[in-house]
Design a protein around this ligand. Structure first.
Ligand code: PMV
Length: 341
């Protein structure tokens, strides 16, 4: 699947195209986390994070990552949530490899300070907002002034779903067909739907049993159900786009929930199987379904972990919080930056 000709650094240097802006001493940027309503599951290229299908997400407002970048004298250094990490920490290693692909002749070196406003310890993916904020901060630090399409492609090279984390609101990632991925980027939808609520339900805080890259690879290579996934995505995307345009909450919730369950079905059928659900996940699903039977319009979606994300109408928040007291609400504010410097 991988082509040595189009490495990550080739693509990055092609996008930078010899740009030499004015290098600032520091720069800072914020990016929101995002939750897919129609999931990205399966890569057609592992090095460039090129997906098999399109996907569609909703941003989490003020839950995300702030990245502060400074030019460093010595080696690259990184801190996460105010704690300096050793250079051999997996988080540091992943970041340094990404930064290496940006610099020619090993320069400059950076100090990267990342602060997550999304609870990372609870297993909610922060890599999307982390890489998106890093790419925005790199662009500002170097004065490259790249367009949104190129910024989205660069964020994708860090983590696939990061290409959707550059905007608030609904975002559509086009899978594209170019082997180099120059047509695989995300774009925001014009629709705003502030009455649509999304909240995070923390059920289990442990580390993931298996990372999403390996789980995707295993699903694509061994799951008989994966053949049905692209058609499922195409139908769900169409339904979601229509639901968003018409503010049809039931269709949106039903489609997002069904899409998440279908994604999990593909991986449960992999060999060996991948199952992120815990007992608490199943209990929460049953509770959502029972609430719905009792007349509360409430739906869930789930990613590569045991926790649920709930979809509801903001007008129903009191009933939702009564059922799920610890819910972390993401307000869909359009404010791009909660902590401007
Ligand atoms: O971007 P990654 O490699 O962390 O993959 C994300 C995959 C899912 O979260 C399960 C689905 C999605 O579209 O975000």
């Amino acid at each position: 699947m991988n082509k040595p000709a189009s490495s990550r650094s080739n693509i990055i240097q092609r996008i930078l195209d010899g740009r030499t802006g004015r290098l600032l001493a520091t720069a800072s940027a914020y990016a929101p986390a995002n939750i897919a309503l129609c999931k990205y599951w399966g890569k057609r290229d592992n090095e460039l994070n090129l997906p098999v299908t399109d996907s569609l997400s909703l941003a989490l407002g003020r839950l995300g990552s702030r990245c502060r970048l400074a030019v460093a004298d010595g080696a690259d250094a990184v801190s996460l949530n105010g704690v300096d990490l050793p250079p051999d920490h997996p988080f540091s290693q992943r970041l340094f490899r990404f930064l290496d692909a940006f610099r020619l002749a090993g320069k400059p070196r950076y100090r990267v300070e990342t602060v997550n406003t999304i609870p990372t310890a609870a297993g909610f993916a922060s890599s999307a907002s982390g890489f998106a904020s890093l790419v925005l901060a790199l662009d500002a630090l170097h004065g490259w002034n790249l367009g949104e399409r190129h910024l989205s492609i660069l964020a994708r090279l860090g983590s696939g779903s990061a290409c959707r984390s550059l905007w608030q609101g609904f975002v559509h990632w086009h899978a594209g067909t170019d082997p180099d991925g120059m047509d695989s980027y995300a774009e925001p939808l014009p629709d705003a739907w502030p009455e649509l609520g999304i909240g995070l339900l923390v059920l289990e805080c442990g580390k993931k049993s298996i990372g999403s890259t390996e789980a995707m690879r295993r699903t694509v290579e061994t799951s008989a159900l994966y053949a049905a996934w692209p058609a499922k995505v195409a139908a769900d995307l169409e339904a979601l786009r229509r639901a968003i345009a018409e503010r049809d909450f039931h269709t949106l919730g039903e489609t997002a929930e069904s899409n998440a369950l279908a994604m999990h079905a593909t991986m449960i059928a992999a060999r060996p199987p991948v199952l992120y659900w815990q007992g608490a996940s199943l209990d929460a699903m049953q509770k959502v379904w029972a609430a719905r039977r009792d007349g509360l319009p409430l739906y869930f979606t789930m990613d590569a972990g045991p926790n649920l994300k709930l979809l509801y109408r903001e007008t129903d928040i009191a009933a939702v919080e009564a059922l799920f007291p610890g819910l972390i609400r993401a307000r869909q504010g359009m404010e791009p930056d909660p902590n401007p410097e």
